[in-house]
Design a protein. Sequence first.
Length: 157
Amino acid sequence: MSAELQQLYQQIILDHAKARHGAGLAEVPAGAKSGESHQLNPTCGDEITLRAVLAGSSPESDGGASVEGISWEGQGCSISMASASVLTDLAAGLPRDEIMALVDNFREVMRSRGTVEADEEVLGDAAAFSGVSRYPARVKCAMLAWVALEEALLAAN
């Protein structure tokens, strides 16, 4: 990874850590389907509660219901908070199955210890977390919101 790209990725993480998109748990509209998950990283104390609100399934979507909105509250390091913010932007409006595929893709990058480069076309700003995969102690920080969304979607069934 070039120094310029690494610097850009660091800036994306810092920007999202400061301006936390989706922060603050939103109320679930009456009659809406939703799921919620609380995740804690016992190693460092980072934690997040994430809520996903689902829209009905549409005929043109194989993935069933789409995520209408994601909101969360949490505390922790810049990496965990920025990751939740990036995920909020990336996943809103996508079908559930597509989100689950994104979570799997992100997990593969995070577990690679730097051997798998994130595809910006697939992960968008979440590709900025590629460098985190080289630091096993920080992988859980980056994954916290993604695991919470995965579990919230499973809970919404």
